[in-house]
Each structure stands twice: as C-alpha cells, then as structure tokens.
Design a protein around this ligand. Structure first.
Ligand code: FMN
Length: 379
C-alpha cells in the first residue's frame, strides 16, 4: 500500500506507518508499558461489546454532533494531547490540529508538544484545549496556564496519571530520547528509512518547545517517558488540584481518571469534565481498561458531568460503544498521529475521516439517528 487512498482503516494507517518510520519511532508511538497488558485490554474492552440494533428508524441523515460544555462539535471525537509528535513527521502537531479543526472536533495540545502554545494558536484557527503536566517548578506551571489563557485556549486538561514515567520497554531497548541522540543503530534506521530521514534533516529539530528553556539538557539521554516523568511533580495531590481549580477560570478537565471515588471527589471540587484514560496503556501496566472503568464512573456521576474516554479507539463504532457505556465523547490519540506519520496533515485528515465515516455508518446500521441522544443497548 503506497498512498493514503489505499488506507481503509486505522489498522491500514498503522501498517503504513510501521513501514515508513524507523522502528524506534514507531515503537515509541505504538508501544505501551511493560507487558502491554493494558494496551491490549483497552482494545478488547471496546471490541467485546455487541450492539443490539434498533430497526425501522429514519437514519437517512444521521446527526453526529455532540455538545461539550455548551459548544457543539461536529462529531464526538477529541484529539488527545500527545508529546514528541514531530519525531514522526515535521510539524505533526499542527498537521493534526488542522485536520481536527477542519472536521469540527476539538484538539488538545500537550505540555510536551513539539509546537509551542503560541505557535499552535497562530497556526490553527479553531477551538483549542491545552493539556497541563504538572511540573516540579510551580512558577512554570503558572506560566504555562497564563500563556494558554492569553493564547485563547478554551479548556485546560490536567493529566494526573503520570507522576513518574511508565516503564516502556520498547523505548528502553531502542534507546529513543528527546532530543534525538544518534547511535549507530539510529543512523542505520535513518538510512533504511530515507523518506523519514530526509524530512527530519530538512525540518526543525524536534524539541519540547513549551518547556525548552526550563528543561535545558537535564535528563537529555533518558527515554522520553523517563525524561518527562523526571520533570513532573510526583507529590501533586488533591489540595493542589483545588488550587488549580481556583486559578483556571475556564473549563477544567482532569485526564487519567479511573476510579469512581476520585470522579465523585472531582465533581465536589468543581472539575467540569472527567477524562477517563490510562494513557493508552503507556503508564501502569495492569491498569483497568478505560471502557471497563467507564460504567462505574458514569453510574457514580449520574450524568452530572462531561465524560470523555480514551485509550484503544480505532474504529468509529467504538464511539457508539463508549456512548452506551456513558461517555459524551471519545479521545483519539494514536489514530490521528499514525495518520500524520504517513502523510502529514492529509494523513491525519484521513484518519479522522475514516473514524467519522465508520461512526456514521455504525449509527445508521444500529438505528441511531442522533448521537447525543442515543440510547444504545449492548449485549
Ligand atoms: C506518542 C504519544 C504521546 C503522548 N503524550 C501525552 C502527553 O503529552 N500528555 C498526555 O496527557 N497524554 C499523552 N499521551 C496519551 C494520550 O493523550 C492518550 O491518552 C492515549 O494516546 C489514548 O490512547 P490511544 O492512543 O489508544 O487512542 C500520549 C500518547 C501517545 C501515543
């Protein structure tokens, strides 16, 4: 399969990316922690459900729109925050954000993105969210929040499932780091992937633009997860979240929620939305799959908050299953990133298009005319 038009599914895009990227870069994106149990469970927890379809419903004009925080989005997908994306394709963050906004869905910029808050805001005319990793340096956290506010980001997403970096053994074996450090193995991988190497040589070297000045060369040779983990505040706790709630006046979501007890406490302190996630299986191996965590959180919160679920979404029908389990929308991470690694903005566009097309068809085939009011029965 040589060009994007041949890609029918996210799995096709993944195969194309696997061929085009050096193994160390592909593994960084594709991989999970330790034995990758949670990575596999995420997929299984979505695919084991079956929909009990309704028939004789007018599905000639399915409505995929969903409302999040009073805003209408064209489809119930949100692009997850992802760091280090430019390792796969130059300016991958901007490529993905442009594709997302052109499809009318939300895009979340990571603290560890390879595009700064300001550069993203000026490159993309759309509604953006910013994801905060709570760094050890609290002045820097305040600075990031102030920058996101000044640049017009609509919502703040604070990620709480990375007090330390997960043990990602593929990355440890491959020795991948940010900034890239070239060993003989990496040079050989570059030579054998000339398209990728050419793009890298002719573009800005990937770096953590938001925190570049503060991180310096500290931990420069570590794996990406370890380096990010090293700079994060592992003592971050409830009282800090309460303070963050006071500081950020806009919508505030917490990403990495898995337990209904935590979900309830977050509602009490005024968090606007809960993002159920295990970081795509990249952190705690053995963590509950997101689709398995979702029903109890929905039950506990009783529709009183917005629930976004990520980890493992690869098909449009997954959004319908997640809806049945209680989600308002699903987060998509690797899917658009793998697309971008194959063809930049066009590739990311393709990935989102595939998911939207699949969801539309799944709604029609299961008798759902309207996503946001859908009552889907699972068996
Ligand atoms: C390459 C990569 C980088 C990521 N970087 C971040 C990050 O900077 N911040 C964050 O909160 N989550 C990060 N994540 C996790 C995603 O936001 C999301 O939770 C996960 O990818 C969802 O699973 P999926 O890839 O199966 O869709 C990253 C994931 C990947 C694949």
């Amino acid at each position: 399969m040589s060009n994007l038009s041949g890609a029918l599914s996210i799995a096709d895009l993944r195969q194309m990316a696997r061929r085009r990227l050096p193994a160390s870069v592909f593994d960084f994106i594709d991989g999970g922690a330790e034995d990758e149990r949670t990575l596999a469970d995420n997929r299984h927890a979505l695919t084991r459900h079956r929909i009990s379809s309704r028939v004789l419903v007018d599905v000639s004009r399915p409505n995929l729109e969903t409302s999040i925080f009073g805003n209408t989005w064209a489809a119930p997908f949100v692009v997850c925050p992802m760091g280090s994306c430019a390792l796969g394709w130059p300016e991958a963050d901007i490529a993905i954000a442009k594709a997302a906004t052109s499809h009318g869905i939300a895009y979340t910029l990571s603290t560890m993105s390879t595009t700064s808050i300001e550069r993203m805001a000026s490159a993309v005319q759309g509604r953006l969210w910013f994801q905060l990793y709570v760094l050890k340096n609290s002045a820097l956290n305040d600075d990031l929040i102030a920058r996101a506010h000044a640049a017009g980001y609509e919502a703040l997403v604070v990620t709480v499932d990375l007090p330390v970096g997960g043990k990602r053994e593929r990355d440890l074996r491959n020795g991948i780091s940010m900034p890239l450090r070239f060993s003989t193995k990496h040079i050989w991988q570059g030579i054998t992937h000339p398209g990728w190497a050419w793009r890298m040589i002719n573009s800005k070297f990937p770096e953590f633009e938001n925190v570049r000045d503060f991180m310096g060369q500290e931990g420069a040779g570590l794996t990406i997860a370890a380096r990010v983990g090293e700079s994060l505040n592992a003592s971050y706790q409830w009282s800090d979240l309460v303070q963050l709630r006071d500081k950020w006046k806009g919508k505030l979501l917490v990403k990495g929620v898995q337990h209904p007890g935590d979900a309830l406490r977050m509602l009490e302190i005024g968090i606007d939305g809960l993002w159920i996630s295990n970081h795509g299986g990249r952190q705690l191996d053995g963590a509950i799959a997101s689709a398995d965590a979702l029903p109890a959180i929905y039950e506990a919160t009783q529709g009183r908050t917005t629930l976004i679920m990520d980890s493992g979404v690869r098909r449009g029908v997954d959004a319908l299953v997640a809806k049945a389990l209680g989600a308002n929308a699903v987060g998509i991470g690797r899917a658009p990133l793998l697309g971008a690694c194959v063809g930049g903005e066009k590739g990311a566009h393709k990935a989102i298009e595939i998911l939207i097309d699949e969801l539309r068809r799944a709604m029609q085939l299961s008798g759902v005319a309207n996503f946001s009011s859908a009552k889907v029965d699972l068996s």
